[in-house]
Design a protein around this ligand. Structure first.
Ligand code: HEM
Length: 430
């Protein structure tokens, strides 16, 4: 029997993704029977195409002139009802608007919601901050910070892993890259949580709060802008402030949207790869042991964790021309969801894709996207995960999850809010 209408509709609902079992069942059936599948939307939208095979996700990602990310066509997320529900006194039409609408509010579009050639010019503006040389120089600082974070939990023998470890490293590194005082990192953390977590009632329940977080983050970005204009430093903010776009000094709107994108895109995703990886190693202790016994598997394990966790569940594109894929006619104006979560379990690409295997061979996962918008921070994210794993398993080889995993309510990010871990306590080095 084909995937039911109800199941297709469930893919638009954030709560369907609090446990990934059912979505994986739906995607597995789609990959086998209907790899380009039409899914109706629950709140009066026209519907969208679910793209579930690895090769198709790559093909579409390589064609930005046909499959647009531009915010003016709808951007990179599907409309989501949850984001704005529970709000009173808000125009019902506004409830249909998603993050793309919020993005306009921040004073400009960021590169992730642009197509070439505009995208290329904006990506160039931040690219120097992410060269292998720049990032290599950061490695010792990542290690120092990872060690300090891990030592700080040593004596307790048990902790809430997300707030104590997984969230700390990415946000400390972001503060370091931006050259902002570490004391301010918690504000950055809170704002980015509210912006991303808009669909989860634990985090942000109203549009007003999400907007408030945007405004505060933008205000903070402006203070930094003024400060770096006056006295430049050796950091990413100074680089953004001094850069040019198409031969012109960067506009305040472009600076702001680049800043906000970096805070939001680099923070939550890296955190979730650390927490999701730790959960996976706890669920598969034989894989954890393999890694402890053979540290040369570290890079492999990092790849496998990021394939397994798929911190970003999907990205949206909008067709701006007709296009045929696997015999299915995509019409100009149609929305498509590129389900990385599904592409990463494609049976044609990996043997036994539903097993977690730190020594697995296979193609590159899709978790960082592909093509034009390939994640600019992928190397930084991998470095953090790799250093943290290495130092964590050296200290706490028996670390294990001892609670339920509380996931954020969203169909966009695979995000863990809380998870308790236990390990043999260790005294911090003097
Ligand atoms: C495990 C961690 C990460 C994951 C899974 C991830 C995932 C992604 C994905 C899937 C995209 C592609 C979006 C698209 O195709 O529309 C992307 C783009 C992007 N990511 Fe990441 N990301 C991670 C870490 C980071 C970090 C650490 C940074 C920076 C500090 C970062 C900054 C960006 C930026 C700026 C873009 C937009 C690139 C463009 O539009 O050309 N990401 N990321």
């Amino acid at each position: 029997m084909a995937v039911s209408e109800e199941d297709r509709i469930s893919l638009s609902h954030a709560e369907s993704f609090q446990d990934h079992t059912k979505p994986h069942e739906i995607f597995t059936q789609f990959r086998a029977e209907e790899p380009v599948a039409w899914c109706p939307e629950p709140w009066g939208g026209p519907g969208f195409w679910s793209i579930t095979k690895y090769d198709d996700i790559q093909e579409i990602s390589k064609l930005p002139s046909i499959f647009s990310s531009d915010a003016r066509f709808g951007g990179i997320t599907l409309p989501s009802q949850e984001m704005f529900r529970n709000r009173e006194g808000v125009d019902p039409k506004a409830r249909r608007q998603g993050p793309a609408e919020l993005a306009k509010f921040e004073g400009g579009r960021s590169m992730i919601m642009m197509d070439p050639p505009e995208h290329t010019a904006h990506r160039r503006m931040v690219a120097p901050g992410f060269t292998p040389q720049t990032l290599d120089a950061l490695t010792p600082r990542i290690r120092d910070r990872a060690v300090a974070i891990l030592d700080s939990i040593g004596e307790a023998g048990e902790c809430e892993f997300v707030s104590s470890v997984a969230a700390e490293l990415p946000i400390q590194m972001l503060a370091e890259l931006f050259g902002v005082p570490q004391e301010n990192r918690h504000k950055l953390f809170e704002w980015s949580n509210m912006i991303i977590g808009g669909e989860d009632p634990d985090i942000a329940i109203s549009r007003e709060q999400v907007m408030g977080a945007y405004m505060e983050l933008a205000g903070y970005a402006m203070q930094l802008y003024e400060a770096r204009k006056e006295s430049p430093g050796d950091d990413l903010i100074t680089m953004l402030v001094q850069t040019e776009v198409n031969g012109e000094p960067v506009s305040v709107a472009d600076y702001l949207s680049a800043f906000i994108l970096l805070v939001v895109a680099g923070n939550e995703t890296t955190r979730n790869s650390i927490s999701g990886g730790t959960v996976a190693l706890s669920e598969y202790p034989e894989e954890r042991q393999k890694l402890i016994d053979d540290p040369s598997l570290l890079q492999n394990a990092v790849d496998e964790i990021i394939r397994w966790v798929h911190p970003v569940i999907y990205m949206r594109r909008t067709a701006v021309e007709d296009y045929e894929i696997r015999g299915v006619e995509i019409k100009k104006g149609d929305k498509l969801a590129l389900w990385y979560m599904s592409g990463n379990r494609d049976e044609d690409k990996w043997d036994d894709p539903f097993s977690f295997n730190v020594s697995r061979d296979g193609p590159r996962h899709l978790s960082f996207g592909y093509g034009q918008h390939l994640c600019i921070g992928w190397r930084l994210a991998e470095m953090q995960l790799s250093v943290l794993l290495e130092e964590m398993l050296a200290r706490y080889p028996d670390i294990e999850v001892v609670s339920d995993v509380a996931r954020m309510r969203t169909n966009f990010l695979n995000s863990i809010k809380r998870v308790q871990v236990r390990y043999t306590p260790k005294k911090a080095a003097a």
